[in-house]
Design a protein around this ligand. Structure first.
Ligand SMILES: NC(=O)c1ccc[n+]([C@@H]2O[C@H](COP(=O)([O-])OP(=O)(O)OC[C@H]3O[C@@H](n4cnc5c(N)ncnc54)[C@H](OP(=O)(O)O)[C@@H]3O)[C@@H](O)[C@H]2O)c1
Length: 252
């Protein structure tokens, strides 16, 4: 059996990934603070294993406890392959440096960078003790490679996630494992994160007008389209470990 563990599956890109994985007959473990009932219903309809774990990814202790439990539960089932989607993310704080509050800075780095590192570490460790192949997919952003004024914390976290992906992939190649670790930059999608961006202030976010126009001019990608391009890549076996893919490489 194949299993997908998806953080942030309650909405947006994570929800679209979860639904597509179920369509592919892959069991789903969803992790976020709230549960998406549609995913549960789809899993029941398809007769597939599905479990939701409530977890606040900004709390390190909760991440360790919940993911140790998930890993224990999944590895007990002798999975053939595990697809680990580190998808949950937060954009806030949107503010210039010097005007940032401490708590949102820490929360951003915890959710966007520290949680994916902790979770990947747990799954690669367990995978090393079994014959399971782990495919880790880290959802990054164009902001990892482009400085965006007002997004210093988010840019830094996503840049860190790209480097973590590339370094872990090198290590896995050196150890000659079958595990793959990639990053995927989804472009600008019509999700709640974009609503948050559009509700920020011009003083805090210099490019606000441009992002308002993206919505106005219908330029936002649908999460389903972005998820499908990623899942096609991951399931057709052609993904190159260590690579940072951009949605525009996959959708022409
Ligand atoms: N939207 C874009 O244009 C865009 C562009 C580039 C990159 N991305 C990246 O794509 C990924 C998905 O974003 P999206 O647009 O789908 O965002 P979204 O609609 O805001 O969804 C974010 C998801 O992350 C989860 N999450 C947030 N904070 C959490 C926490 N503390 N603990 C547990 N789960 C948490 C949320 O679940 P709960 O609230 O239920 O916990 C939700 O399921 C993110 O990594 C984002 O950085 C998005």
């Amino acid at each position: 059996m194949r299993y997908a563990i998806i953080t942030g599956a309650s909405r947006g890109l994570g929800e679209a990934i979860a639904k597509r994985m179920l369509q592919e007959q892959i069991a789903v473990v969803s992790v976020s603070r709230t549960e998406n009932e549609e995913i549960r219903k789809l899993a029941v309809e398809k007769g597939l294993f599905y479990q939701h774990y409530s977890c606040n990814l900004s709390l390190e202790k909760e991440v360790q406890e919940v993911f140790m439990e998930i890993a224990h539960c999944i590895y007990q089932k002798n999975p053939h392959e595990i697809y680990l989607f580190n998808n949950a993310g937060v954009i806030e704080p949107i503010e210039t440096v010097g005007n940032l509050d401490q708590t949102p800075i820490i929360r951003n780095i915890q959710v966007n960078l520290i949680a994916p590192i902790l979770i990947t570490n747990i799954f690669l460790k367990k995978g090393g003790q079994t014959g399971t192949t782990v495919h880790a997919i880290n959802i990054t952003s164009g902001a990892a490679v482009r400085s965006i004024e007002g997004w210093s914390v988010y840019c830094s976290a996503k840049a860190g996630l790209n480097m973590f992906t590339q370094t872990a992939a090198l290590e896995q190649a050196e150890m000659k494992t079958n595990n793959k670790i990639i990053a995927y930059s989804p472009g600008i999608m019509d999700t709640k994160m974009q609503e948050t961006i559009r509700s920020s202030s011009k003083e805090a976010f210099k490019e606000l007008e441009k992002f308002l126009d993206y919505k106005e001019e219908n330029k936002l990608l649908k999460a389903e389209v972005v998820a499908n391009a990623l899942i096609d890549l991951v399931l057709n076996g052609s993904a190159e470990s260590g690579k940072v893919y951009h949605v525009s490489d996959l959708i022409k």
